[in-house]
Design a protein around this ligand. Structure first.
Ligand code: F6R
Length: 242
């Protein structure tokens, strides 16, 4: 595992954007796995700035997002679809038919999940997967549990995640209790993975995911077994790395 401990959120975001841009410059047809949440916002804004300066071109890039709330229409202000539009897609030239986000409103969830996996497979798999990490160690919405789902699935969110994510909703009771998420193998099959973490509340999860042990109660810990994983953290999130 390559670990970069950055001075602050801004330098973490810049490094992550540089890694995404390098990937696209090396292979303009790259398939990117994308995350939402607070952590990658700075990275997306940096990529938008690079696009505006003509430094990176997304016209052949294909994207797959990690997850979406179940039962939340994509127009909802807290949907991950809206997040991606507002922070990234509306400002760059990823073709609309190249953007993929799980459909949280599909009538047949099982079919939805199978089709999502199939689309990733047909695209040739993920070249570069961007991840954040939950304070409970989740990646995507693969929550701590005795068993982890291998492929895209419907997941019941933990109280911790609902509480953490309530800041994106008016009231905690508005946070959906379920989500669609890619599985652990969907993530692990990515050729390269970059995980970003910022802030003191991620420090324990980062310590666990760099501990040398795999523990399904800290789903991110499995990333230690990936051969191309880069961790970019700010000083606070990296404070407990041993
Ligand atoms: C988001 C995702 C989640 C987040 C994680 C951290 O698509 O899959 O795993 O990366 O919950 O969220 P933030 O960055 O808001 O702390």
């Amino acid at each position: 595992m390559r670990i970069y401990i950055e001075e602050n959120y801004e330098t973490m975001s810049k490094k992550a954007a540089l890694m995404v841009a390098s990937q696209i410059i090396l292979n303009p047809k790259s398939v990117l796995g994308l995350a939402t949440g607070s952590t990658p916002v700075g990275m997306y804004h940096e990529l938008v700035a690079m696009f505006k300066r003509g430094e990176v071109d997304f016209s052949e890039v294909i994207t797959f997002n990690l997850d979406e709330y179940y039962g939340l229409p994509k127009e909802h202000e807290s949907s991950y679809y809206r997040y991606m539009m507002d922070n990234f897609f509306s400002y760059v030239n990823v073709p609309e038919h190249h953007m993929h986000i799980p459909n949280g409103m599909g009538e047949n969830v099982v079919k939805e999940c199978l089709e999502y996996e199939e689309k990733i497979r047909i695209a040739g798999g993920i070249d570069l997967q961007i991840l954040g990490i939950g304070s409970n160690g989740h990646i995507g919405f693969n929550e701590p549990a005795d068993k982890l789902n291998v492929t895209t699935h419907l997941v019941r969110l933990t109280e911790k995640t609902i509480n953490d994510n309530s800041r994106f909703f008016e009231r905690e009771e508005d946070v959906p209790k379920e989500a669609l998420s890619v599985g652990i193998a969907t993530i692990m099959k990515a050729k390269k993975i970059v995980l970003l973490a910022s802030g003191r509340n991620k420090a324990e999860a980062i310590r666990e995911m760099t501990s040398g042990y795999v523990n399904t109660q800290v789903p991110a810990s499995i990333l230690q077994t990936h051969s191309e994983i880069t961790l970019i953290v700010d000083k606070e999130a990296g404070a407990l790395i041993e």
